[in-house]
Design a protein around this ligand. Structure first.
Ligand SMILES: [Zn+2]
Length: 110
């Protein structure tokens, strides 16, 4: 199934092929949704392929991250999450700008 932007939107297979052992490691590493500002717990989350499997992305710890259902939808609608080698997650809007949560006044006003 292909969405209007040419991206595959069938996520069922993607979720199914993450083996339980890898999912367990993801739960431990990410501890919940990695989308900026989200604190959804692991049990609300799905394993997301950073590079989609349809484009050659592998089902490995390096190429996956936890996203809650809401943010998984956002990422497949143009948002993007990336992980630095040091483990820091970054979230980018569809226009390429990064969502930064460094201002405490923004955090409390949400
Ligand atoms: Zn989330």
């Amino acid at each position: 199934m292909i969405g209007p932007d040419g991206q595959p939107i069938d996520r069922g297979r993607e979720v199914r092929i993450v083996p339980p052992a890898l999912r367990h490691l993801l739960d431990l590493r990410d501890g919940g949704c990695v989308f900026a500002g989200c604190d959804a717990p692991p049990w609300w989350c799905e394993a997301h392929h950073l590079i989609h499997w349809a484009f050659g992305g592998e089902t490995t710890l390096d190429n996956t991250g936890l996203l809650c259902e809401r943010h998984h939808g956002k990422v497949h609608a143009g948002f993007r999450v990336e992980r630095d080698p040091d483990g820091t997650w970054h979230t980018h809007r569809p226009d390429g700008t990064e969502i930064l949560l460094t201002r405490p006044d923004l955090l409390v006003s949400v």
